[in-house]
Design a protein. Structure first.
Length: 222
């Protein structure tokens, strides 16, 4: 029950970020609930992608456009900036190559929304420190042997990656339990936030004019 309430709260924050009438690609879309919300409240053109047959069938029942495929194998076929938004919600930590996925979705989407549980949340730290076992929580309820989360990451890890790869953080939202919080002192979110939502954009490369090309390649005088 907590998971459903928790996801609905995350979805509400995502819906607020997206402009009406946008083109949206939701990778790892699950049962299509988020896309259905976006259809109804933002009038988006939405496409979901998921590899799980049961989830794809649920999307179809909702009337959500969906493709069944591995998101890492299929991301190549989308053209640069072919969508206004690409969403990767609760999926980054479950893909085989998260660095590759982030670079690709920043290419495909004019803007990108990424959400993930923060593995550096202080309660998880305490459980690992004092119990000496892989920690679990309501957000991360899995055992070490059956978790789909194969690349656990923290907010600090993610920010460092974006900085190193010229990805701009346009907006940051942090969740604690079922609440959105603005009370976390910036710099301490890696400890006190249970969940992170980021709005991202690839830093545009400087355009080189024909004049600059000519000047830079002109023959040097003696």
């Amino acid at each position: 029950m907590f998971k459903e309430i928790y996801l609905k709260h995350t979805y509400e924050e995502i819906v607020k970020m997206i402009e009406p009438d946008s083109r949206v690609l939701d990778l790892g879309c699950g049962d299509g609930e988020l896309l259905e919300l976006l259809y109804n409240r933002r009038n988006v053109y939405g496409l979901g992608v998921d590899i799980n047959t049961e989830e794809v069938l649920k999307c179809i029942k909702r009337g959500v456009s969906v493709i069944q495929e591995d998101i890492e194998d299929g991301i190549y076929k989308y053209k640069d900036q072919s969508f206004d938004y690409v969403i990767l919600s609760e999926t980054l930590q479950a893909v085989k190559r998260p660095d590759f996925m982030l670079s690709q979705i920043a290419r495909v989407g004019k803007k990108v929304i990424v959400t993930f549980p923060n593995f550096a949340y202080y309660k998880l730290r305490f459980k690992f420190l004092f119990a000496g076992e892989m920690p679990k929580s309501e957000v991360l309820p899995f055992e070490w042997f059956n978790t789909p989360n194969i690349h656990q990451l923290t907010i600090r890890d993610f920010k460092n990656f974006c900085k190193s790869n010229n990805i701009i953080l346009l907006k940051e939202i942090y969740l604690v339990g079922r609440q959105t919080t603005t009370n976390i002192v910036m710099g301490l979110e890696n400890i006190f936030a249970e969940e992170a939502i980021f709005l991202l954009q690839k830093e545009p490369q400087e355009k080189i004019t024909m004049k600059e090309v000519f000047v830079n390649n002109a023959p040097k005088g003696k």
